[in-house]
Design a binder for this molecule. Structure first.
Ligand SMILES: Cc1cc2nc3c(=O)[nH]c(=O)nc-3n(C[C@H](O)[C@H](O)[C@H](O)COP(=O)(O)OP(=O)(O)OC[C@H]3O[C@@H](n4cnc5c(N)ncnc54)[C@H](O)[C@@H]3O)c2cc1C
Length: 464
């Protein structure tokens, strides 16, 4: 499959007006809450704030346009995963708090579907669950381990289930599938339709969104932008992978690139062979993450890690396109589904997601300093950003709920190492994950390289 003629922009953007359609800020302003970033975190926070207290004056300040960041570019997996897995969460905060956190993530998947339906946002939400397929005996061992661990944690068949070979191939007939784990709490969505729909809904609630307005600095109660200062007693930094754009923030959350490709719409007979009839999102048990979905209009949208970390936490439009990584992704896709080899790759793109030094997401509100933030979702941000935005809104309005007591609230991140250690460590980790996959494929045994490569996660065992 040739990638050179593919459009170099997110496939999702074809369905929305991905340009600056809103005015930039026209001078100084005084508001109650100023939110930086018009992605899922910022817009969900605005949405829930406006519902909790309709009198609040809220602005969202966006450098480019709504959904320009990861929220308009992702794989559309709206799923309930904690980046380090529930076992780590139990170690960090105990069983009951970990279970409360996981249940809140599960509930959030349903709430996104309900709110989209209530607010008339057609984001192609279908809750078909998530399939992680096993394509070798070793991967099947990982599948068993995952389900056993979920059982001992207290999850049931309604949450997660092991599929045997026939069941797994019925669901997803990729090459070499011998089993799978099915996670119930996951939906496929069209991310750009969700983020743009949400923006219109918050505007109807009375929130102002400024596009084309770059935040150049944040100090106590003031957001400085290229078009004027915004004074607010509460400032919410909702920039995730882009947070390194702010002065002095390069070591808090680093931008790690994930890249994607999309095929042309595939005919029904090809889908008859592949499956995914419930639009389950899918991946497998390799170390270097891959993720895919059957889109609402019958394409395969498929992505993975593997793009390098760029020196100094840099973010540049040129990093969205990487011929080598896009070719590798296309090769993996056709290895999984040889029947699509004759079809076109129509789009390829990428973008940065946010990774904190300890790989733990956080929702933080400091009333004393009038500053709040959320992020560090490590590629699991579509659903998590909703839970984060809702929790931010509750914390800001001092509304106590079961969410405001979750263990990630006010979790403080350690900072990343200075360069060159950061660059060396992260890129070595990525290279080791890739090498571990090759070794595991060749030997059929777990590779120590996978564990070594994860030194920077603060955890020894691999997870998605
Ligand atoms: C290719 C890719 C695939 C992914 N796939 C999935 C997936 O399938 N499932 C999943 O759960 N997660 C996925 N993720 C991660 C997920 O998309 C993110 O975690 C989530 O969207 C983050 O939302 P956010 O609102 O916090 O940040 P963003 O959506 O990144 O929004 C931040 C906003 O801040 C703006 N901004 C930047 N600098 C400034 C400035 N100086 N002033 C003002 N505004 C500024 C940006 O333009 C941007 O719009 C993926 C990410 C990528 C990149």
């Amino acid at each position: 499959m040739d990638i050179t003629s593919a459009k170099t922009a997110p496939y999702w953007w074809d369905a929305v007006d991905a340009s600056r359609t809103r005015d930039p800020i026209g001078g100084d302003a005084d508001v109650d809450v100023a939110i930086i970033g018009a992605g899922f975190t910022g817009l969900w926070c605005a949405y829930h704030l406006a519902r909790l207290d309709p009198a609040l004056r809220i602005v969202v300040i966006e450098k480019d346009h709504v959904g320009f960041g990861a929220s308009g570019r992702n794989g559309g997996w709206c799923h309930a995963e904690y980046p380090l897995g529930h076992e780590q969460l139990v170690q960090d905060c105990g069983h009951d708090a970990a279970m409360a956190h996981m249940r809140a993530l599960f509930a959030s998947v349903d709430e996104i579907g309900m709110i989209a339906a209530e607010e008339g946002i057609d984001c192609e939400y279908v809750k078909g669950g998530v399939l992680t397929v096993a394509r070798s005996d070793l991967q099947m061992t990982y599948a068993h381990e995952e389900v056993e661990s979920a059982r001992s944690f207290g999850l049931t068949d309604d949450d997660i289930r092991l599929l045997d070979g026939d069941e797994a191939r019925d669901a997803l007939n990729a090459t070499g599938v011998i089993g799978a784990v099915w996670h119930a709490h996951g939906a496929a969505i069209h991310p750009a339709k969700l983020v743009h729909g949400l923006a219109s809904v918050v505007e109807a609630q009375g929130v102002t969104i400024y596009e084309g307005t770059e935040v150049t600095g944040v100090s106590r109660s003031v957001v400085r932008t290229d078009g004027g200062d915004v004074r607010a007693p509460m400032i919410v930094v909702a920039m995730e992978g882009y947070r390194s754009n702010l002065p002095g923030e390069k070591r808090r959350v680093i931008p790690l690139y994930s890249l994607m490709v999309a095929t042309e719409p595939l005919p029904d007979d090809v889908w008859g062979e592949i499956g995914l009839s419930a639009r389950q999102t899918f991946g497998d048990f390799r170390n270097l993450i891959i993720y895919g979905q059957r889109t609402g209009d019958g394409r395969l949208a498929f992505g993975g890690r593997g793009a390098p970390y760029h020196w100094g936490s840099a973010i540049e439009p040129g990093f969205d396109i990487d011929d080598d990584v896009h070719r590798e992704l296309t090769a993996v896709l056709t290895e999984l589904f040889p029947q699509i080899a004759g079809y076109e790759i129509t789009h390829r793109w990428g973008g940065p997601l946010g990774v904190s030094r300890d790989w733990r997401p956080s929702v933080t509100v400091d009333h004393g300093k009038g500053i709040a933030w959320a992020g560090g979702y490590v590629g699991d941000g579509v659903n998590t950003a909703h839970l984060a935005g809702q929790t931010l809104a509750e914390l800001i309005t001092r509304t106590d709920t079961e969410r405001t007591a979750l263990p990630w609230v006010n979790h403080r991140w350690p900072t990343w190492e200075p360069e060159p250690l950061r660059w060396i460590g992260i890129n070595a980790g990525l290279a080791l994950a890739k090498a571990a996959d090759r070794t595991e494929q060749r030997t059929g045994k777990h590779s120590r390289k996978a564990d070594l490569g994860l030194w920077f996660r603060g955890r020894s065992r691999r997870r998605r």
